[in-house]
Design a protein around this ligand. Structure first.
Ligand code: C2E
Ligand code: MG
Ligand code: MG
Length: 685
């Protein structure tokens, strides 16, 4: 080798970036260049040679590496791209790649190895990372796509295929189709790419597409990938199928806002709509009408015909309410048999009244439930924004209040809220606890109202009407506490007391020779449905020793709806005890006319409402006439209640109704007054 070439080789040896070495076969360094010292972490080649004296033991991390290296050398004289992990001087581990060859003497024996070393730790790490990423790419549950800056698909993971059904063969190299056609505005989609490009990331929900063409809700995130120079290279898209979650969200939101039975907005949603209506009305200075509606006989339907019938009725009511209101009105169900109607932009209070009228009218028609025609009826309380409150809560409460008044006052089916109501109502609120106490403590009395035969004004009987003498409130009307007693179940004890008291009184009158035909006692529907009723009647009759045919039980038609067979059974059992039975308030309730002939009853008591208008009305006299004819043909007596004037009596007599009860003859009287009344009336002329 010439001097010059020798120099050149030396220069390469000294300045190369690769490590260069010559080693003995048994693993000692003969020569190394500065690069190798640097790679292995030694201060200089000399430092390396004097300290790294056992390649097999000191350098290679993995046992057997040196032997593998030597075996290759023995076999083929060269080692190519031999990868190994080695210890640097400080103990840290790096990856190297060696290329080496054998240098032999003329006899063919190995003189030394000569080779180069590259530090490939960085590359190895990247490879590791890529392998890891690839595993992630393949195994995550989210669909992942890599697309070019020109939006062509470069890679897709298995999850993407699982979610969408699109395989590599469908999409690789093709333009990205991510969005279900027609489901997004063009601006929305453009915004996604713009945002991802400009700020590196976009996240949101889209409607994506499955291979089947089915759209589905997806959570998408788009990340842009830029080359070190800043040029946009790729987008990485991850796509999660959230259609199930969306569906559940929808379900939950629906369930949270709508009543499952009737599909009407529930309390929450109807209040929300009310608040919106208030906000709008505030701006436009209009009114909002709020109608609180409660069904009159829902409880009876439920109790007598069962929950299925009750549910059915509620559905029919809901449908009817929707039909008789405007599309801009909201009809909601608050729960039970309570409904709320919100009418925004009510021009004035009259508009609210008209709405209520329409609703009441539609409620007055019978409902067909399980092959029966049911009259349900409703009571409505009306409140207005801004007159009666300026929050949804206040309006609801006040409309409820007004409804409560309508309920307690059967003459008025619709009541407008008015602030003075508060006073009278706080009165009834504490009533329940008082009522419980009253049962034990002698606060009830019976008053008696005479029933007369109008042709000769002879007293034929008396109706016992309960009065509550409240220690602080004075006389409380049965119209006020009987419904409450029914709701709370206290009616049983109250009713038993009434029955006993009336029979005891009758026995006492007999003893005093007071000529009184019969005494009638009112039974509420709840009592009628109580299985203890028949034996109670028997017991009381026996205890008081009265002739049972002189006791009359007054029942309303509503007690008999539902299971007609059962009602007939109870009526017959009652009849068997020897008492007389009459139907009270006849004509107001159910269409049980068809069954009337099956009921073993004695008297139909024509409701006060027919009598009230009988003089002015064109139709009421005819109705009364029809009832009387019907009753006669079935062998029933009739009696008209609530007769206040001679004019009414005249019409009744024309219609052949002879028996009457009412203020015209007498108001209900306490026991002693009644006794004097009878004695005076019977003083022979
Ligand atoms: P009802 O059985 O229809 O009783 C007749 C009601 O009409 C009584 O009201 C009576 O005072 C009233 N009345 C009688 N004549 C006239 C009249 O000429 N004009 C007007 N405007 N009203 C008249 P009261 O005593 O307030 O009873 C109301 C309802 O309470 C009764 O209606 C009855 O359903 C119920 N009730 C009364 N006492 C009892 C009872 O002991 N048990 C049960 N379960 N209910 C009772
Ligand atoms: Mg009665
Ligand atoms: Mg009556």
């Amino acid at each position: 080798m010439s001097q010059e070439t020798e120099e050149q080789y030396r220069s390469i040896f000294e300045n190369a970036v690769e490590g260069i070495y010559q080693t003995t076969v048994d693993g000692r360094y003969l020569r190394v260049n500065p690069a190798l010292a640097r790679i292995y972490g030694y201060a200089s080649p000399e430092d390396l040679i004097s300290n790294l004296t056992d390649i097999e033991g000191q350098l290679y991390v993995d046992a057997g590496k040196r032997e593998a290296f030597a075996a290759l050398m023995r076999g083929q004289d060269v080692v190519q791209n031999f990868e190994a992990r080695v210890y640097r001087r400080d103990g840290s581990v790096i990856w190297i790649v060696e290329n080496a060859r054998c240098v032999r003497d003329q006899a063919g024996a190995i003189r030394y190895y000569e080779g180069t070393v590259q530090d490939v730790t960085e590359r190895k790490r990247n490879e590791e990372k890529i392998r890891l990423l690839a595993t992630v790419f393949d195994s995550v549950a989210d669909g992942t796509l890599i697309v070019t800056s020109g939006l062509r698909v470069q890679a897709a993971n298995p999850a993407y295929e699982n979610i969408t059904g699109f395989g590599d063969e469908d999409i690789l190299g093709r333009p990205l189709t991510l969005f279900a056609p027609g489901s997004h505005e063009r601006g929305f989609i453009e915004d996604i790419w713009r945002t991802a490009r400009d700020s590196g990331r976009w996240q949101g929900e889209i409607t994506s597409l499955r291979r089947s063409g089915e759209p589905f809700a997806a959570a998408l995130s788009v990340n842009s990938v830029r080359a070190p120079g800043g040029a946009l290279e790729h987008y990485v898209l991850t796509l999660a199928d959230i259609s199930q979650r969306k569906y559940q969200e929808h379900q939950i939101r629906y369930q949270a806002s709508f009543d499952r039975l009737t599909d009407l907005p529930n309390r929450w949603l109807v209040c929300e709509r009310l608040e919106e209506a208030i906000a709008r009305a505030q701006r436009s200075r209009t009114k909002v009408a709020v109608a609180f509606l409660d069904l009159n006989r829902f409880k009876q339907v439920n109790d007598t015909m069962g929950h299925h019938a009750g549910d059915e009725l509620l559905k029919l009511v809901a449908r009817r309410l929707r039909n008789c209101t405007r599309v801009t009105d909201t009809v909601g169900r608050l729960g039970g048999d309570e409904f709320l109607i919100v009418a925004p932009d009510a021009a004035d209070r009259n508009a609210g009244a008209r709405l209520a009228e329409k609703v009441l009218y539609s409620m007055s028609e019978p409902f067909g439930v399980f092959n029966q025609e049911l009259f349900c009826g409703a009571s409505i309380g009306l409140a207005f924004f801004p007159d009666d409150g300026d929050t949804a809560d206040q309006l609801l409460r006040n409309a409820d209040f007004a409804m409560y008044h309508a309920k307690r006052n059967p003459e008025q089916r619709c009541v407008f809220y008015d602030a003075t109501m508060r006073e009278s109502t706080s009165f009834t609120l504490g009533l329940e606890s008082d009522l419980r106490r009253a049962i034990g403590s002698d606060e009830f009395v019976l008053h008696y109202q005479p029933k007369v035969d109008a042709t000769d004004r002879r007293i034929v009987g008396a109706e016992a009407l309960i009065r509550w003498v409240h220690p602080t409130r004075g006389l409380v009307s049965p119209a006020e506490f009987i419904p409450l007693a029914e709701e709370t179940g206290l009616i049983w004890d109250i009713g038993a007391w009434t029955l006993r008291e009336a029979c005891r009184t009758l026995a006492a009158w007999d003893e005093r020779k007071l000529p009184i035909g019969s005494v009638s006692v009112n039974l509420s529907p709840r009592q009628f449905q109580d299985p203890r009723l028949v034996s109670l009647v028997q017991t009381v009759v026996r205890e008081t020793g009265i002739d049972p045919s002189r006791l009359e039980l007054e029942l309303t038609e509503s007690a008999m709806i539902g299971d007609i067979e059962k009602a007939v059974g109870v009526l017959c059992a009652l009849k068997d005890t020897g008492v007389r039975l009459s139907i009270d308030d006849f004509g107001t309730g159910y269409s049980s006319l068809a069954y009337l002939k099956r009921f073993p009853i004695d008297t139909l008591k024509i409701d006060r409402s027919f009598v009230r208008d009988i003089v002015q009305s064109a139709t009421d006299p005819a109705i009364v006439g029809t009832i009387v004819n019907l009753a006669n043909s079935l062998g029933f007596d009739t009696i008209a209640e609530g007769v206040e004037t001679e004019a009414q009596l005249d019409v009744l007599l024309q219609q052949r109704c002879r028996r009457i009860q009412g203020f015209l003859i007498s108001r209900p009287l306490d026991g002693r007054s009644f006794e004097s009344f009878v004695r005076e009336a019977n003083v022979p002329a």
